[in-house]
Ligand binder design. Structure first.
Ligand code: BGC
Length: 751
């Protein structure tokens, strides 16, 4: 543990560096920053040799960057990940077997976003901050805030939404909660890392307007409103230049317009060029060995080590570029646990497990209910729980976001715990994950090494296990009700790294078809038992045309964390009233999504974002396309009414007020969503864009008035010709509803 305090004092040109272990702890308790002066940091930089400076800006092990022992500057310690502090690696790349690293496993990012509850975003970050601190980390590599452009992206589970505003709002809470514990957030991956296929090379072709309206706002929010102390560059290129050292993204926008004074950390092996990294904003280079020889890393050969030194010594690049990076790194160190005392942290405490439970309760989404749910345990004698995912553990899956969970309550355990002896539970696996390595080509790593066509054949070759299916059907036949738990498997296991395709890093899905014969299984279950609730786990949707119409109830559970089984059971049996809302549109096939029907996915060398700003509901709603479940949608066991919309302009603000009444007979929570529609824009604009929301909890029969303030930026668009945000005079409709397709009230205002 390193709780050292460093005080820099500049005395008549002399720099004193005092390091102490305890002396000022009380004085700084509760503060997040020792507020070390920039002058003091500069004085420290003046004491360093070029080698020492370069040591600070590249990796010294798999998850540390170097320190300067002579000046008592420690290494900076990083850890994944977005929904739990990752297991220990020591200095290499293999998980340590005997490390004391069990942690709280929170629900994944998309589950957090589905809560639409900003307070939970903060608490989520706070848990991570405390656990990271207890484990001696300084920087936590999250939140993942890339926009969900295609439902096939293998990492959608880590991200938040197809909508930039919701992404930003939930990301800001997370960042603040984390940083209030003295751990730097590192929102990732800046920017447009919207696919895993060929992620190290793909060149995303994106208009300036789409960057500013869709792909940047989440990052802008976590920087400007969240105050993020670091940010992670992405692997991909945008318009020809690698994002980790991108002149426009880093220098002009992030560090220029948004005045970001923190550290741009590369993704692990995303630096590809010394000169560009020096000039275009990369501050710390990590993981380069992953594309070389990761068992024998030579840190001296990183782009920002010896090659950078040569470039500076030859005069090709000025040393001031390195100084700027070092200044940012030292600033970060003074803000975080690296050089400041933020208290001891805590891990695996009940309070953290409670937050994991709260997020799961509010993030699991009820999408269809013909009256089957909630199940009444006093009226049911036998329940068949069917499906491999009912007993599967997810914490250690998915790639770099894996967590060694202290425990993980599966759906079957959650259901058993809840019903106790009141109901007989019969479990059948129903289907099994099936792999045949010989059917795959390529050497692992990223999907580029293997053609999609070949993988498609592999998919088709997979068949259901008939024996398991028969067993499940006879179990279903005899039960009073069935809970089917299926979906994606979230892992690579059984295959070399990167070869499994289902909701995990380094691979995108091929399509949204339910794998391993699950679709046939659901249909057969429905035909023998009409009291069937389907629960799907996954980082996005699945095709449902063929099973949804005959299924009385459908719950989407994402990957709900260590208490997920508990939360799911509480929702199924009505102990918790669901309040989750989709942060992405659920259409049927991936081909329905604009990234596929208008733009390209995954492209080939380049990927054309031709759908431009029409991502998610901006496309589906504007073009009136059929979807299964719209953005913002989610059912409750009670009903709500919206009334009395008032929209007033007060100078440069618009105040939106509406009353929400719980008209049902049980307590519940509703999300009031505010969308803006520009009536006569001079350029094409979507029919609606989310600009405000609030979640309210209401007792049966009670009402609340919700007030949401919009500033003028909520009405602006990024003008493609003027290359800036513009507020056009004219008439705007403010739409209030509880999904993008269920607008209940509208009012007009003029600008
Ligand atoms: C991922 C990052 C992750 C890093 C370190 C990369 O491959 O893209 O999200 O933080 O590895 O594990």
């Amino acid at each position: 543990m390193k709780y050292k305090l460093f005080i820099l004092t500049v005395l008549a040109g002399t720099v004193l560096l005092i390091s102490c272990n305890s002396g000022l702890e009380t004085e700084n308790e509760g503060t997040s920053n020792m507020n070390v002066s920039e002058a003091a940091i500069d004085s420290l930089i003046n004491l360093m040799t070029l080698d020492e400076k370069l040591g600070l800006i590249h990796a010294s092990s798999s998850f540390t960057s170097g320190g300067v022992p002579r000046l008592d500057i420690p290494e900076l310690v990083f850890s994944d990940g977005p929904h739990g502090v990752r297991h220990e690696h020591g200095r290499g790349w293999y998980a340590l077997e005997d490390a004391d690293d069990e942690a709280t496993y929170l629900p994944v990012g998309i589950n957090l976003a589905s809560t639409w509850n900003r307070d939970l975003g903060y608490k989520f970050g706070e848990v991570l901050g405390n656990e990271a601190k207890e484990r001696g980390k300084d920087v936590l590599l999250g939140p993942g805030i890339n926009i969900i452009r295609s439902p096939l992206n293998g990492r959608n589970f880590e991200y938040l939404s197809e909508d930039p505003f919701l992404t930003g709002e939930m990301g800001v809470g997370y960042v603040k909660g984390l940083q209030d514990q003295g751990i730097a957030a590192c929102p990732k991956h800046y920017a447009a890392n919207n696919q895993e296929t060929d992620r190290h090379n793909i060149d995303a072709l994106i208009s300036r307007r789409a960057m500013h309206e869709i792909y940047f706002p989440g990052f802008k929010a976590v920087v400007q409103d969240g105050g993020a102390w670091s940010i992670m560059g992405a692997y991909n290129k945008i318009n020809g230049q690698y994002t980790t050292h991108h002149e426009y993204l880093n220098n002009e926008i992030l560090k220029g317009d948004w005045e970001f004074d923190g550290v741009v950390v590369s993704d692990w092996a995303s630096v590809k060029d010394t000169r560009e990294a020096l000039l275009y904003g990369t501050d710390i280079e990590m993981g380069t060995e992953l594309l070389r020889d990761f068992d024998n890393p030579v840190y001296e050969e990183f782009y920002l080590a010896r090659p950078a030194k040569e470039m500076i010594e030859s005069g090709e690049v000025d040393e001031s570029y390195v100084d700027d990076k070092v200044r940012r790194v030292l600033r970060l160190m003074h803000r975080t646990t690296a050089m400041n005392d933020h208290g001891p942290g805590k891990r695996n405490v009940e309070e953290h497990q409670q937050i994991a439970l709260d997020v799961a309760r509010e993030g699991i989404v009820l999408l269809k209910n013909d009256g089957l749910l909630p199940l009444d345990k006093n009226e049911i004698q036998t329940i068949a729980v069917i499906g491999h995912n009912a007993t599967r553990h997810f914490a250690e899956r998915g790639g770099s976001s894996q967590v060694r969970a202290l425990y993980e309550i599966t759906p079957l355990e959650g259901i058993r715990n809840l019903v106790g002896d009141d109901v007989e539970i019969v479990y059948a696996e129903g289907y099994e994950p099936y792999y045949d390595e010989s059917l795959f080509r390529g050497e692992g790593g990223d999907a580029a090494s293997q053609s999609r066509e070949n993988r498609q054949e592999v998919e088709l070759a997979r068949s259901a296990n008939q024996e398991l299916m028969q067993e499940a059907i006879s179990v279903a036949e005899q039960a009073d009700a069935v809970i089917f738990v299926g979906g994606w498997i979230h892992g690579h296991e059984g295959m070399p790294w990167g070869q499994g395709t289902y909701d995990a890093e380094a691979r995108d899905k091929l399509n949204l078809k339910l794998i391993f014969g699950q679709e046939e299984l659901i249909r057969k279950i429905n035909s023998v038992n009409d009291q069937t609730a389907v629960v799907i786990m996954g980082g996005s949707n699945v095709e449902m045309d063929n099973w949804l119409p005959d299924t009385p109830a459908y719950v989407h559970a994402w990957y709900p964390g260590m208490e997920g089984g508990t939360a799911l059971a509480e929702i199924l049996f009505g102990e918790v009233n669901p309040s989750g809302k989709l942060p992405m549109t659920f259409a049927n096939s991936h081909e329905d999504y604009p990234s596929h029907s208008i733009g390209e996915f995954p492209g080939d060398g380049t990927v054309d974002y031709a759908e431009d700003i029409y991502v998610g509901y901006r496309y589906f709603d504007t073009h009136n396309r059929q979807v299964h479940f719209p953005f913002g949608f989610g059912l409750s066991y009670t009903t709500f009414e919206f009334s009395d919309l008032k929209v007033d302009r007060e100078d440069d603000k618009v105040i939106v007020q509406s009353t929400v009444t719980n008209t049902g007979d049980r307590e519940g929570a509703e999300v009031v969503q505010v969308y803006v529609h520009h009536e006569n824009p001079s350029v094409d604009r979507p029919i609606r864009e989310l600009k405000g929301f609030d979640k309210v909890e209401l007792a049966a029969g009670s009402s609340a008035t919700v007030t949401i303030e919009l500033d003028e930026s909520a009405f602006k668009f990024y003008h493609p010709d003027q290359d800036e945000w513009v507020l056009e005079p004219g008439s705007y409709e403010v739409q209030v509803g509880n999904s993008s397709r269920d607008i209940k009230l509208t009012e007009k205002i003029n600008w």
